[in-house]
Design a protein around this ligand. Structure first.
Ligand SMILES: NC(=O)C1=CN([C@@H]2O[C@H](COP(=O)(O)OP(=O)(O)OC[C@H]3O[C@@H](n4cnc5c(N)ncnc54)[C@H](OP(=O)(O)O)[C@@H]3O)[C@@H](O)[C@H]2O)C=CC1
Ligand SMILES: Nc1c(N[C@@H]2O[C@H](COP(=O)(O)O)[C@@H](O)[C@H]2O)[nH]c(=O)[nH]c1=O
Length: 361
């Protein structure tokens, strides 16, 4: 299977599941606090995608005030796009238009501010995603509308969904829905977060590997409850193989007061061949320097050859300035941070100076 970006689908819908009404003006479903959140998510991704019909209906800018503007992406089968639409005229980031092969030369001439990319003939979503990955897009936010969300979900290429429910009805059967009929992946998604933002509710769901990572990391976080009383960090770690089977677990102080969770788990594995395709889950960013022992957990992970590291809480500068995540990334390892679980970890570490946790769900 070809490489594709991490796909985050985002939508705001009414209580009757509509993305908009059928009037000429765009229906604001999000609250002001939610628009601020959406702006932050836009600032955290590499690219943002909407369907050509959303450009025609809303004339969106798709910019971010809170981060670098993401690359803008759209897709069309007709080429019916206005070169003066705000999608093309606002922001400095690149604009990409994916179209079926026969349309590419004509559209390239008509849309001078954009790069028109070949999506195959017929249009191939997987080819488009592979092309985005090849252009360096690691995280793609998909804002809709209905046809686009339907296609991404039925093709099973969504990793995360941010669904906002607004407290109003649209009541028009011609208004666009969040998604239409189709053959969707079976099974339940993982509900990772529920957040109230003024009068709307954000539901954050995860699928596939993203859901597995979240669930395993939660287990690693809970392991830290076994740590003996300590004046340093209380951390839990789990090593899993390529099939998500647990190879080993560890927690701080498990056998000796100086033990770190990751080194305890790794010491149980020796040179297990499964390490070459393993993932290590740690509630805290792996340490990059130590006073009590010669090797940092970052060094242990590098020497064990583990290719994937998932952690929740970036180490705060309580004792040292940690560069574990940067060091592992620089060495070519895949490092995934799930900050939504950081408050749980802070809660277990509230004995440390300056560490306070928000209430957790
Ligand atoms: N509330 C919210 O969060 C959001 C609401 N919206 C709303 O959604 C509505 C638009 O939704 P909808 O009408 O479904 O349109 P979409 O925005 O999903 O765009 C559909 C268009 O995208 C292109 N397209 C889709 N699939 C393909 C494919 N496989 N190959 C080639 N091109 C493809 C086609 O363009 P073409 O016709 O040019 O061939 C198609 O008409 C608007 O009212 C907008 O306000 C949109 C985003 C977010
Ligand atoms: N109406 C609506 C959304 N609509 C999305 O926002 C786009 C407008 O972007 P911009 O012009 O940059 O502000 C619009 O085209 C559609 O993709 N999004 C949401 O989170 N909540 C909402 O209620």
């Amino acid at each position: 299977m070809s490489k594709r970006p991490y796909v985050l689908a985002s939508a705001a819908m009414s209580l009757d599941g509509r993305l908009d009404d059928t009037s000429d003006t765009r229906l604001l479903l999000s609250s002001s606090a939610d628009f601020t959140r959406v702006d932050r998510v836009r600032g955290s991704v590499d690219a943002i995608l909407v369907g050509a019909n959303t450009i025609r209906a809303d004339n969106p800018r798709l910019l971010s005030a809170s981060g670098p503007d993401p690359v803008k992406v759209t897709l069309t089968s007709t080429g019916n796009l206005d070169p003066d639409a705000r999608f093309f005229t606002t922001g400095d980031a690149a604009k990409l238009v994916y179209a079926p092969t026969p349309l590419v030369p004509g559209l390239t001439e008509r849309l001078p501010r954009a790069t028109v990319a070949d999506a195959g003939d017929p249009f191939d979503l997987h080819r488009m995603l592979a092309d985005l990955a090849a252009r360096g897009i690691g995280r793609l936010m998909v804002e809709g509308g209905e046809r686009v969300h339907t296609m991404f979900f039925t093709e099973d290429v969504v990793d995360e969904l941010h669904l906002v429910v607004a407290p109003l009805f649209v009541g028009d059967e011609h208004a666009p829905r969040f998604v239409g009929p189709g053959k969707y992946p079976q099974g339940r998604m993982l509900l990772a977060e529920v957040r109230q933002l003024e009068d709307v509710v954000l539901l954050r769901y995860l699928t596939g590997q993203a859901a597995k990572d979240h669930a395993r990391l939660r287990e690693a976080v809970a392991l830290a409850d076994n740590c003996p009383p300590s004046t340093t960090f209380r951390v839990g770690a789990i090593v899993t193989d390529a099939d998500d089977r647990v190879l080993a677990t560890g927690y701080s102080g498990e056998t000796d007061p100086h033990d770190h969770a990751e080194e305890v788990a790794l010491a149980k594995l020796g040179d297990d061949p499964g390490l070459a395709t393993a993932t290590i889950y740690s509630s805290l960013e792996p340490c990059s320097s130590r006073t009590s022992r010669p090797k940092s957990c970052t060094r242990h992970i590098l020497e064990a050859g583990i290719p994937r590291i998932v952690f929740a809480w970036r180490e705060p500068a309580v004792f040292v300035d940690c560069v574990g995540a940067e060091t592992l990334r620089a060495a070519g390892r895949e490092v995934i941070e799930l900050p939504e679980l950081a408050d749980l970890v802070k809660h277990t570490n509230s004995h440390l100076p300056g560490v306070t946790a928000e209430p957790t769900s």
